[in-house]
Structures are given as C-alpha cells and as structure tokens.
Design a protein around this ligand. Structure first.
Ligand code: DGJ
Length: 727
C-alpha cells in the first residue's frame, strides 16, 4: 500500500520503494509532521511527536499553547497564532487581521494524480502514483485548505502542493502560500544549493546550517541566474555515494523562496514556494488558489542517488515532449557566428557548409524581425525583415531544406521594445507603474501577460510566423527580469497578483504553442540559463543552459545543472575560440566532448573553420550519433569535480542494463611530474566483464581499482572512453 491511513491513530504513512513519509493529526486538530526518510515497516511511530513532553498539546495544557505551536513539527505552519518559525501560509482578512488556524477535517485517497490548473506539474497514471488529500479548515475565515501529497512508489518521489479555497462570505488576501514544509530534528545539516550569475549559472555551493534562516530566493519574476529553486539538506558525511540528502525542487519558473531554518530547539524547517515578496492574492468567496508543486526526494545513498532519482522522475513524469526519447537534430545556431549582422546569404552559406558536415538544422537567432539590427528595438514586431531576409522567410526555409536541413527560429514573445510598432500602438501592454518611468533592461520592457488580450495578440503574431514556413524548432528566449510591477488592468488590491499572473500567462502561451504545433521542438532559454527549471521542462524537453559556451566554464555549469536535471535537457554547443565569454582557447575536441553531455550543436561561423576543424566536426557528428541514445537515456554518475579538486573533471553515463557506458574525463590543468590517475568507475555490474580501450576488465576491478587515465601535456585535454560488456 503506497498510502496507509490509520484512522484510529490518526496517522498517515506514505511509502515509496525506499522511503516513508509520515503525517499525524495532533490533538485531533493540527496536521503534524512525523517522519521523512528511509523506508519504515513499523507503523507505530507516533512517539516521534514527543506529545508527552512539555509543552504538551493545547488540550492538555492550554495555558502553554503558544509554546506548543512554536516547537511542534507541522505540515503546513501558519502566521499569527504562535509559531515564530517561518510560516508557509499567511492570510490577511478583509478587516486587516493577519492570522489563520487550520484544523484537520478529513482526508481522501485517490489513485493517480490530479493536474494543477494552469500550472506545470508532474503527472502519473493510476498505476504510477496515489494522492493523499488532507482537508483543513479555518472557521473564522471560512477557508478550506487542501494539502496534496502524491506518492510515486517506483520513482521514490513525493510531490506536494496546496489548494486554498474561500468558502466564507468575505474576501481575504493570501500574503504567503508556500507549497511544502518539512520539520525535522537537526543532524548537523548542511545546505546545498545552486548559485551563480549571468553566464555562470548553477554552481554548487555547500555551507553549514547554523541557527537562524538561510535561504535561496528570486523575486526577479524568473527562477533566475543567481539562485535556483532547489534546496538540499545534507549530512556532513554526505558525498556522491554516501550520506543522507533531503531535497526539494520547485516546478515553477517565477519567484521562489527555498529556505532552511534551525530553531532554538535544534529542529530544522525546510520550506519551498512562491516568494512572498511582492505577492498578495485576493481570494473572493467561492474562489480557489492553486500553489505550484514541489518535488521531494530523500536519499540515504548520497547525492548521486538523488540526482538519478530526479533524472528518472523528470524523464518519466514531467517532460511531455514527443522529442524526449528521440535524438534531437544537431543544430547550428548563428548567434555567436554573426550576432545581429546577417542576411539570408550569410545564413545559407552557414547552412551549406554545415550540411556538408552532417549538421541537421539551422537556427536563425535574434535579429530577423522588425528593424532589429541591435538589441534596442522591434521586440513585438514579429514580422520578417525582408531587407535582411530577402525573398522572405519561406524562401529561406525552403532553400535550407534543399540542403537537407531543418529550420528553427528564435523568438522572445514576452517582451516589447520601447522602439517598436507594438509599443507605439499599445503602450499600456508593457508592465508599468503609472507615473513612474519603466526600468529598461537590455533596452526593453516586459509585456503584461496577466492580460488575455496581450497573450492572444502576441501569440497570434508569433503563430503566423511559424505557420508561414516549415519551422521545426523554436528557441523561446526571455532576456530581462521583471521590474516596476504594475498592470493597468488590475485593481489596486490585486496588483500583488501580477508576478504569478504573468507566469500563468507564459505557461498559457507555451501550452497553446504546443497544442497548435504538436511537432515543434521547443527549447526554452532566458538570457542563457535564467529559466532552466522544472516548470519549463514541462513545456520543452531542452533548455539553453548558459550563454557561456567555454568548455571549461561549462564544466561547473553542467555539473550543477545535471545535479537535478536530465542531461538530455541541457542545451550545449561547440563554439569558437578565443571564447566569446572568457577569451579562453581550448582544443576543439574538448569543446565537442563537453557539448556531448547535452543536446549537442554548434554556435559558430562554420564557414570560417579550418579544414582540420571541419574534419573534427565530422568526427563529433559521428560521435553524437554513436552515443546520443546512451547519453540521453542512461544513468548519470559524477566521478570527480574540477570545482573541488582544481585539476580534473569526470562523469559517466551508464546504460540502464549496465551493458555499456561512456566515461568522460577532462584534464583541466596539467601537472608537472604527474603519474597516470587510477580513476574508479561507477554504476557498472561488478560481476560482468567489460572491454575498454582494448583491455578486458572485470566490472568489480573497474569499480574498485579503477581505469588508468594517462597524464597528458597541456591544459583542457578531454578523453572519452567507451566501456562495453563482453558478451
Ligand atoms: C540570449 C540567449 O541566451 C542567446 O543565445 C541569444 O539568443 C541572445 N539572447 C539573443 O538576443
């Protein structure tokens, strides 16, 4: 039984293959947290609540109710009644008072998992998962809150979200509505998160959790370059292969808060949800608010197991694209080749050389529309600039197709340039606060996608372009953060809804695009990787990882991204040297090997490559075809991190049946007087025999003693080793 409800003891146990999550009703009213961790067979675990220790529950010791609320482990803590740790829910009523107190009312268990209206969310059949709904009520507000828990037994994943309904007579305001909370005893936890900047996204950072609060957050209107909607609490001994990990990842692309707090009693509260900064939602009687989903993973086998759990879960239960299990066309994108300086002739020259080397799709990046020759105009004017693309889009696409290639196009639908026909026609379509100048960023404003007419107006223009030619792929970009938040169509007491309504508008537009063009391959992007998140993966099977295409910078970016997200989703390209972001010169081979751990493509002027480099492109294309099925579908193991050791980086992909594997090794810095390195492999079957670089090994030898990696002369050298089972 995936979900066991003991009505007498008022205990719910949620079991996955290897984990158990326990909930108990305390004092017949509060929804308390019992346990999350390794699988428990024994259902008799109510003692974990310490109900007999002071301060005892309010029914026994009413005079110390405040003290009880401030230490009891809660499933969904609230503001205003006495729990001074961070709350998950804060309600302001019509009179201005901020408090709520949810009491347990009942539960329901269903097979399968209901969708979340308007939001991306994981999905599963009746066989895959079960859902527990816990109903709670606040009598004063007439508020019903449903806590949703879906249990994916085989995947070892639990998802959480929350519905807030106004069943009262007065409207009230939701000032904070997080999606998940986990109260636990501290185990000297450390916080592990992903941090970065533009062109430096998702670098792993780990730090001790002291008393007080440590959080990762965004209130930029996107999941952001800087901090990521992921939080893991790990024990000090946790490595890739050992130790405990409690992880939360948010299936949402807008503002978020991910927080860990260590209390005076050495308990830890872990929270995730929409960031309360700038958020208020007015809930009229009869209305319901749906909070986005949080995915929970527990591992007692280190970070590597957590990673593979997320990868499988997202491949099996989040990404919907028909391309998920397909080899994606190897693309060449003209951005780093030409920036804005191109015309149809230049694109065809690139396409011609690319097609001769086996590249399968040309992607026309920014600069093909309106009068856009720089980044300072025309967003919103989604018609082809025929001065640049002479003869029009359809003619260009047909000529590219004659070369045997597909065609893809870049768009940035969420934006409007002050210098655009669209802005001159509809200045009110931009997000703005009356009386204030709109903050420009990259010389652009953001469209008010909380308004249906704006979503429809822009969508129709974009759809007309896609319909006008045989377009196989769309790169959906978003190049600035949200500021000066105001919508001319929302009343004053609803302006705090704009961030979330904006996200709902983005999701609506992407859903429509996929419904209207079911064969389209969609790649999301946000000034590089500012929206590489689980929300976006629901719409696109791949996301551009970073504007930094330098192979060495990419090691840390791809390591952090692949900590959670399947490598089949990471947009990764080979670009020219000196690299445009850091000026580094790396071997062409290394650039290819690093980009193989992703969707693979090129981002350079192929017409300018030397004959030697062109020959290498051919080899890389061959490797892609040889290995992509394995890389896309296999299990990912991190062997070493350059970030940690300062010298080398290494990872492996192992086929699910363990019959084949691919080892990647990058010698980032050469060392004088160095011997070869014995690199211990992972994921292979210890009992089987394997062949690697013409030598036979027993699996166990490769796991325990390792494979020999010679020290090479020179920095940035990469090595790819195929390991095959000997039948
Ligand atoms: C940011 C993207 O990450 C780049 O790849 C490129 O598409 C530019 N935007 C175009 O403006």
């Amino acid at each position: 039984m995936k979900i066991a409800a003991d009505e007498k003891k008022k205990v719910f146990l949620l079991h996955t293959k290897n984990t158990t999550y326990g909930i108990a009703i305390i004092d017949d009213r509060y929804v308390g947290h019992l346990y999350y961790g390794r699988y428990l067979e024994d259902a008799d675990i109510r003692y974990l609540l310490r109900e007999d220790e002071g301060p005892r529950t309010p029914s026994v010791n009413l005079r110390e109710k405040g003290a009880f609320l401030d230490c009891a482990p809660m499933e969904y803590p609230e503001t205003g009644m006495g729990d001074y740790r961070e709350s998950a829910l804060c309600i302001r009523d019509a009179r201005g008072f901020r408090a709520s107190e949810l009491f347990y009312e009942g539960y329901e268990i269903l097979n399968g998992k209901p969708g979340l209206e308007g939001l991306p969310a994981s999905w599963g059949s009746r066989e895959d998962c079960m859902t527990l709904k816990i109903f709670c009520r606040d009598e004063v507000l007439g508020m019903k809150v449903t806590l949703l828990y879906s249990v994916f037994e085989e995947s070892d994943v639990i998802t959480r979200s929350v519905l807030v309904e106004n069943q009262g007579k007065e409207p009230f305001y939701i000032e904070k509505v997080l999606s998940a909370c986990l109260d636990m005893d501290d185990r000297d936890f450390q916080v592990l998160g992903l941090f970065g900047s533009w062109a430096r996204e998702r670098h792993i950072q780990r730090m001790d959790l002291g008393y007080g609060r440590q959080n990762l957050a965004s209130f930029k209107g996107e999941s952001s370059h800087q901090e990521h909607p992921f939080l893991a609490l790990v024990t000090p001994e946790t490595t890739q292969d050992t130790g405990e990990v409690y992880a939360m990842n948010f299936v949402y692309s807008g503002n978020f808060l991910a927080q860990a707090e260590k209390s005076q009693f050495d308990s830890v509260r872990m929270l995730m949800g929409i960031h309360p900064e700038g958020f208020t939602w007015k809930l009229e009687p009869g209305a319901c608010f749906t909070a986005p989903e949080t995915v929970l993973v527990y591992s007692d086998q280190g970070l590597g197991h957590m990673t593979r759990t997320f990868h499988d879960f997202y491949r099996n239960h989040l990404i919907r694209s028909p391309y998920l299990h397909k080899k994606r066309p190897i693309l060449i994108n003209n951005w780093e080749a030409t920036y804005f300086d191109f015309d149809e002739k230049k694109l065809l020259e690139i396409a011609k050389d690319a097609s001769e080397l086996g590249i399968e799709m040309l992607v026309m990046d920014d600069g093909w529309f309106g009068k856009r020759n720089l980044d300072d105009s025309s967003l919103g004017d989604w018609y082809v600039n025929e001065e640049k693309i002479k003869g029009g889009l359809n003619a260009l696409v047909e000529n590219v197709k004659k070369l045997g290639m597909k065609f893809g196009i870049w768009i940035e639908p969420e934006m409007i340039s002050p210098d655009s026909e669209l802005y001159r026609q509809h200045p009110d379509w931009a997000i703005q606060i009356p009386g204030r100048s709109i903050t420009q960023s990259r010389a652009q404003y953001v469209l008010d996608l909380s308004r249906d007419e704006v979503v429809d107006g822009v969508y129709e223009k974009i759809a007309a372009v896609i319909r006008s030619a045989d377009i196989s792929y769309v790169k959906w970009d978003m190049n600035r953060q949200l500021t000066t938040m105001g919508s001319c169509c929302l009343p004053g007491d609803r302006q705090g809804e704009l961030y979330h309504r904006y996200m709902l508008g983005v999701y609506k537009m992407q859903e429509r695009l996929l419904a209207d063009f079911p064969d389209l391959l969609l790649e999301n992007c946000s000034g590089g990787g500012a929206r590489f998140d689980a929300g976006m993966l629901y719409y696109s099977p791949q996301i551009w990882c970073s504007d930094d295409t330098d192979a060495i910078e990419r090691l840390a970016i791809q390591e952090g991204t692949a900590l959670l997200y399947p490598v089949s989703a990471m947009g990764a390209h080979v670009s020219v040297c000196p690299n445009h972001s850091v000026g580094r010169v790396t071997p062409f081979e290394t650039r290819g090997d690093v980009a193989l751990l992703g969707t693979f493509g090129y981002e350079l002027d192929i017409t300018k490559l030397s004959p030697e480099e062109k020959a290498l492109v051919k080899e890389q294309v061959k490797k892609y075809h040889q290995y992509n099925d394995l890389i896309r579908e296999g299990d990912y193991y991190r062997l070493a991190s350059y970030r940690e050791n300062g010298y080398y980086d290494s990872w492996m992909i192992v086929e699910k049946d363990k019959s084949r594997a691919l080892l990647f090794y990058v010698q980032v810095r050469a060392r004088a007087n160095a011997k070869s390195r014995m690199l211990r492999l992972k994921g292979l079957d210890p009992q089987r025999r394997y062949l690697a670089e013409e030598k036979e090994y027993q699996g166990n030898t490769l796991l325990q003693a390792g494979i020999r990696i010679p020290a090479e002369m020179g920095d940035f050298r990469s090595r790819l080793v195929e390991i095959r089972e000997i039948p």
